[in-house]
Design a protein around this ligand. Structure first.
Ligand code: GLA
Ligand code: ZN
Length: 679
């Protein structure tokens, strides 16, 4: 089991990583051999452990009991199963929380947590930092060079915020680095509002919901600060690991659109990003794809790892629904289609007790390899060894970028107005959804990205916090020929959430060729409409700008109300490129209509016959083999069979080895992984 990897390069392995979380410390040792035998039958080749093992590894301060971990790593190694070695710092042992209360976080309601749960450590607690460092060093020294170890899993799903006095003090230091003076801070946060001007740094407190909630710059900075503080903890572990095993890649598991952490900042510290994806069976496949594209975008399009997904039920959802036969395979393949180089589950065996005893697992309570879920896991494992491995490390760079930004999300989430029904993530997902329907690959990226060279189309839904450097880089790219699509609520605020004096769209006024005079907020049951000159019309929601044209041309107008016929969608020629402005937010259908025309103009199309959009509920995506062959994934997310019109030529399915051409039928939840055959 070798891994080939060098710093700065996408890690690859000699088999497709297939496995997941394994908590052997919850079971008697007698079961371990059977576990490994079953793992082999399930096609597992990697197990993540010991994520929550601290209490079992260090039962008393400085007393380490590592034998059990040695034993299980040896068994896994002997069984041909590699290890994603966790640093075990996600759950603090009871003795630690009781001896060093500074470890436990203070919540935003001002209450200090009691011992319990997990992820409840304060990022600034000296004792947590010291003891976690000791543990990580111990694990790395003892097991880092164990032949089974293939990569590192730092902590687990970081994300809890802390509002303790220690954090408050560190926050003030952080602010003094960010703002040269109190005057600058007061200006940036506009603290003159309601007379909240600070005269001394000491008076600045974390934004408790029962304290300062009206200064949004403060709230956004506190989120930045806490996200950075937790990233600092992650780096602390990483640096220890790297000093002992520089040859092993390092990751920590993200959670997609997780509100508290700015993963664009985090990704820089990791060798490979990974995430935990838990779609419900009735969720929109496009939203799951969005999570994959977001994770892939964190490291400029580098493949990522699917660290966790449930092979069956999720105990924390209202209904722990079973996944129908075939669903698991379609979901796993969807991740691979979008750039995942692993499919890993939470969890191996259903816990015998505690919060997750009813969470899905590969092995049921009392179950064995005859169980349906086990069989489906084994089937996918074998398919991925045959086919998934062929695309490991390879991606086809997307031509379309959709911008997503955490501080911008925080800005909308904390704002009072402009529309209480506005959900930034949902709007961005709608934009993504339009491309998903059209069969066009998209990378979801940070507006602060440096390199825009691979993109022809840059879509910036609701990018209200438009930082000048970011605006400038994208503007240059448009000048050179790219197309920008921006929307209502663009460019009003700066990084501290202070509104600029020019109004919207701020730094993009020239590139979009207009300015915004005023913005209406639309109740959910009173949408407006966008109407194109050929009479095609679609509902438009949430917000509606009245714009003043300063060079832009009208492409669609409002269909209703007292500003009927005023511009709703405009196009501006700028340098070699164009800037489109959506003054309102069309529904998914309207967006699909708009982008269908635009991508045709730009020469982008789906990989199916005639560049046609895939049938409803079907997804297409492409990856690359090391030999440079494009692999076309077609995934049927519906339970009924569909007809797929392949583009001319002959194809071979990497899983079934069958040859295909023309129109082919794809069964419910069926997946194709096709390589084009030379004529
Ligand atoms: C998260 C955690 C896992 C487990 C799952 C359950 O992803 O990382 O430890 O609790 O949720 O869905
Ligand atoms: Zn704290």
């Amino acid at each position: 089991m070798t891994s080939s990897w060098q710093n700065g390069v996408t890690p690859t392995w000699d088999s497709f990583l297939y496995g997941g979380d394994y908590n052997p410390d919850q079971w008697p040792k007698e079961i371990w051999d059977r576990d490994i035998e079953l793992m082999q039958k399930a096609g597992w080749n990697i197990a993540t452990l010991p994520v929550f093992g601290w209490a079992a590894l260090e039962p008393e301060e400085g007393v380490y009991t590592l034998d059990w971990l040695q034993e299980i790593l040896d068994k896994l190694q002997a069984g041909g199963i590699r290890v994603c070695l966790a640093t075990a710092t996600a759950s603090v042992p009871a003795w630690l929380a009781h001896r060093y209360p500074d470890v436990l976080i203070t919540m935003s309601d001002g209450k200090k947590r009691k011992h319990g749960d997990r992820h409840v450590f304060c990022p600034h607690s000296p004792n947590y930092r010291r003891l976690a460092s000791n543990l990580v060093r111990k694990i790395a020294e003892t097991f880092g060079h164990h032949p089974a170890v293939a990569l590192w899993h730092i902590n687990n799903e970081y994300g809890w915020q802390c509002y303790c006095d220690l954090c408050a003090a560190e926050f003030r230091i952080w602010l003094q680095k960010r703002y040269a003076s109190l005057d600058e801070l007061n200006y940036a946060w506009n603290t003159a509002f309601w007379g909240h001007t600070y005269r001394t740094w000491e008076h600045i407190e974390p934004p408790f919901p029962f304290g300062e909630t009206s200064i949004h710059g403060l709230k956004i900075d506190y989120y930045r600060f806490q996200s950075e503080a937790l990233a600092g903890l992650c780096r602390m572990e990483r640096d220890i690991i790297k000093s002992i095993t520089p040859e092993l890649p390092v990751t920590t598991n993200f959670m997609g659109t997780y509100f508290n952490l700015d993963y664009h900042q985090w990704a820089k510290d990791l060798d490979v990003c990974s995430w935990d994806s838990y779609p419900a069976i009735d969720s929109n496949p496009s939203d799951t794809a969005f999570g994959h594209s977001l994770t892939r975008g964190l490291k400029n399009g580098q493949p990522f790892l699917l660290m966790e997904t449930s092979p069956s039920q999720q105990n924390w959802s209202t209904y722990s629904r079973l996944k129908p036969p075939g669903w698991l395979r379609a979901q796993g393949m969807q991740a691979v289609a979008h750039g995942a180089d692993s499919v890993m589950y939470f969890q191996w065996r259903k816990s015998p007790g505690g919060f997750e005893k009813y969470h899905g697992a590969v092995v049921e309570h009392g179950g064995d390899e005859k169980n349906r879920v086990f069989q489906e896991v084994a089937q996918l494992g074998s398919d991925l060894q045959k086919a998934g491995i062929q695309v490991q490390g390879g991606v086809v760079p997307a031509k379309v970028a959709i911008l997503f930004d955490w501080p911008n999300w925080w800005s909308f989430a904390f704002a009072s107005g402009p529309n209480q029904e506005l959900d930034y993530c949902a709007v961005v997902r709608d934009f993504y959804g339009a491309f998903h329907r059209l069969g066009i690959d998209v990378e979801v990226v940070s507006p602060s990205r440096d390199d825009w060279s691979s993109f022809d189309l840059i879509v910036a839904p609701l990018l209200n916090m438009l930082r000048p450097d970011d605006a400038q880089k994208i503007k240059l790219k448009v000048q050179e020929g790219a197309t920008l699509v921006a929307t209502t609520y663009t460019g009003l605020v700066d990084a501290s959430d202070r509104v600029n004096f020019e109004g919207a769209p701020g730094h993009w006024r020239e590139v979009l060729g207009l300015s915004v005079m005023e913005t209406d907020s639309l109740p959910g049951d009173q949408p407006n409409e966008v109407v194109w000159s050929d009479g095609v019309r679609f509902p438009a929601r949430l917000l509606a700008d009245r714009v003043r044209l300063e060079g832009a041309e009208i492409r669609a107008r409002y269909g209703k109300g007292w500003y009927k016929d005023e511009p709703a969608i405009t196009e501006n020629f700028y340098g070699e490129g164009r800037g489109f402005y959506l003054a309102t937010l069309p529904t998914l259908e309207g967006l699909t209509h708009f982008f269908r025309d635009l991508i045709t103009e730009l020469g982008l199309s789906s990989p199916l016959a005639g560049g046609a959009a895939p049938p409803l509920g079907v997804e297409v995506a492409q990856r690359l083999t090391p030999g440079g062959e494009i692999v076309l994934f077609v995934i049927n997310h519906t339970s009924s069979s569909v007809d797929i019109p392949l583009a001319p030529g002959f194809y071979r399915d990497l899983v079934s080895s069958q040859k295909h051409s023309g129109r082919i039928g794809l069964a419910g939840y069926g997946v194709l992984m096709l390589v084009h055959l030379a004529e």
